[in-house]
Write a protein that binds this ligand. Structure first.
Ligand SMILES: [Zn+2]
Length: 433
């Protein structure tokens, strides 16, 4: 066993305790609980070990309030000579608990080599693994060239605007050359990026009238029905013809996809406690939310044009048809080149630690890489970390201790490779002091 591997092996109990401590701080989002607490916990751990820590609140970001301030931590370890900067970014927020748990979601029980709890896999296990990797590396090489950064950021689960987007906007990535985001993509896979997203609300209009005389009104629901029918007839088949070269997992997500998240028309739902009958009315409005995921080969403008053209076509065919469309959210696809330095370095480390070739994947959804790419202007970024992606957001979520140790070894080898310059690559950013 090499010296780095031994350092990580010796930290097994520490890794377990650290992961448990992080899970036991319930950083639920929404609404954004205990963000300050988890940042202070990490500061208390890292500062005595030679890390400079900065707690940064995303003032004015969506969701930021006095009750639920959006706190982030950026920790920096400077060594000796000038060199590259490697940054590990983890989100510290977790999604709601939901139903179906057989264990306490915040007890962080260790059972048969697995740690259970909300956020275990997504992604406090990855955060803990990156900390252990960096601590093992700096224990061996306290005067390493360049610098190592660890950030724990807010709100990834709700778009990352109070987290990575805010930090990137403040220039936090200007000097960073390499980013690893330890999201749970399996210890032997490198996630190169993600598909694009466009959410929009479509509303059709009608005219209210008595339900016994619908001919005196105009039904927005029937108009929306025509929109949905046109989607079934032309848009869904069109999307099935669009296939990407991105290695998206699961396989089905290599096509463009469209989900209709919700539909609401007519009178508001009166809820399960209401015992009366609804009033007979013709619906004067109907709304759907669409969630379109698009490929690196597609342009967002073209994606929007498809839907606009469909609505215009329905309008041309239906007397009285009017509509509105509102953009809600958009993300441009991001994909790092396989030859990028952080990718090559991680692939070599996976092969050395696990004895098999790294797999390359792209996420069907999206994560904070979008902000590092678009706002931070850094392409040399991947997601790599322990945990089984399918367990994310599920009841009885867990992370395997061995998986965390193996991926910590991979991350430590990446530090060794990049900071000690064995890869001979430059990410295109000047070395930092
Ligand atoms: Zn995550």
């Amino acid at each position: 066993m090499d010296a780095l591997a031994l350092e990580i092996e010796n930290r097994r109990d520490d890794l377990i305790r650290l992961t448990q401590d992080l899970i036991r701080i319930p950083t639920l989002n929404p609404p954004g609980r205990n963000y300050r607490e988890i940042c202070e916990y990490l500061q208390a751990r890292l500062a005595p070990r030679g890390w400079t820590c900065e707690l940064i609140r995303a003032h004015g970001a969506p969701g930021d309030s006095e009750a639920f301030p959006r706190w982030n931590l950026v920790a920096r370890h400077r060594g000796g000579p000038r060199g590259e900067c490697v940054h590990f970014n983890s989100h510290h927020d977790v999604v709601e608990v939901g139903h179906g748990w057989s264990r306490d979601p915040f007890a962080a029980e260790l059972d048969d080599g697995r740690i259970y709890g909300r956020g275990a896999c997504d992604m406090k296990g990855g955060l803990a693994a990156s900390i252990i990797a960096a601590e093992a590396f700096t224990a061996l090489y306290p005067d390493h060239p360049g610098q190592i950064e660890i950030s724990a950021t807010a709100d990834e689960e709700s778009g990352g605007f109070g987290g990575v987007a805010y930090l990137a906007g403040q220039g936090a990535f200007a000097h960073v050359g390499h980013v690893i985001i330890p999201e749970p993509l399996h210890k032997d896979r490198i996630c190169l990026g993600h598909r694009g997203v466009w959410w929009a609300e479509i509303e059709t209009h009608g005219r209210i009238a008595h339900g016994s005389m619908p001919f005196l009104g105009d039904s927005a629901i029937r108009h929306m029905g025509a929109v949905l029918e046109e989607m079934e007839r032309t848009l869904f088949p069109l999307l099935m013809t669009k296939r990407t070269q991105m290695p998206v997992i699961p396989e089905g997500a290599r096509n463009s996809t469209l989900n209709i998240n919700s539909i609401h028309g007519g009178e508001p739902d009166l809820g399960p406690d209401f015992t009366g009958l609804p009033a007979p009315c013709v619906a004067d409005r109907c709304r759907i939310i669409i969630d379109r995921r698009f490929l690196i080969e597609e342009e967002l403008s073209e994606v929007k044009r498809e839907v606009a053209a469909l609505l215009e076509k329905v309008k041309a065919q239906r007397p009285g048809f009017t509509y509105e469309i509102r953009d809600l959210f958009e993300v441009i696809p991001s994909m790092t080149d396989r030859e990028a330095p952080v990718v090559r370095s991680t692939a070599a480390a996976i092969e050395r630690v696990l004895g098999r070739e790294a797999g390359y994947v792209v996420s069907p959804g999206t994560y904070d890489q979008k902000h590092i790419d678009r706002i931070g202007k850094l392409k040399n970024c991947i997601a790599y970390g322990p945990g089984v992606l399918d367990l994310a957001h599920q009841p009885d979520e867990w992370v395997g201790v061995q998986d965390m140790q193996d991926s910590a070894r991979v991350m430590a080898l990446v530090l060794d490779d990049i900071l000690h310059g064995a890869s001979g690559d430059s990410p295109g950013r000047p070395p930092v002091a």
